[in-house]
Design a protein around this ligand. Sequence first.
Ligand code: HEC
Length: 275
Amino acid sequence: MRFSRALAAAVCIGALSVVGIAIAQDADTEKAIERYRQMLKEDPWSNPGLLDVDRGEALWKTARGPKNVTLEQCDLGKGPGKVEGAFAELPRYFKDADRVMDVETRLLWCMEKLQGFNPADLVKRPHPGGGQPVKELGAIATWIANQSSGQKFAAKLDQPKEKEVVALGEELFFRRSGPFDFSCATCHSAEGLRIRLQGLPYLADPKEARKVVGEWPAYRVSTTQVMTMQHRLVDCYWQMRLPELQLGSDVSIALIAYLTKQATGGEITAPGLKR
Ligand code: HEC
């Protein structure tokens, strides 16, 4: 009896010290990652995401697809071919498509209409597996976002259709669903939450949304690739065990419109750098 109690006590102490070590390691790792980020920031050219920015620019200017044309006539909202500052005003309503679109959905549209690609092929596997470089569409989106770097999010989102989409995004953000009964807000609606090492930004709070939303697309150190916002949301949907979020779907655009609205006035620093 006495023996087993002593054993239980020893096990408890052992478990506690294991927990203690885990916390200490977490803090160390976090500090090391922060230092790594700092070092990369000191030399902005060392962000590997910039390689995809260059790749995206080259792809934009290369004749491709069944029609063998470039994307240089693609209208991102400021007129055909105008890229600088376009990302800062997305998502927006496009009359030609009669739809509100984020940057990736708009690119999908241009790749279909101008270059003749089949959009069904492009959305089949639109995001790279771990360690693989971002796909073409994502690289072009990264370049486009980078062409608004230093600017502030200024999507007006004030047209009736735009307002509808933002309202849908907000609804979806707070709506619990799926086998875990999670909403986005379950993980992103309180200060200081984290899962293991990963900080969970309080996206429902414009102050935090302004800090992080403008970093996407971002180079993700742990998977050594650029991840776009559409890809980020696929991962979060997977964490909620919801069906795979399709690139260009109404739901994906609504969530991005809501996040962008939350981030209004925040600076665009794409490609950012994530753990
Ligand atoms: C089960 C918890 C969970 C849920 C639910 C969840 N996310 Fe996330 N989300 C995460 C984690 C974890 C990360 C950070 C991952 C990392 O650090 O690499 C993250 C990161 C993000 C980011 C990037 C934040 C940054 O640091 O720049 C955005 C944007 C985001 N989530 C949006 C959403 C949206 C929108 C939903 C609902 C569709 C959602 N998330 C649902 C766990 C969740």
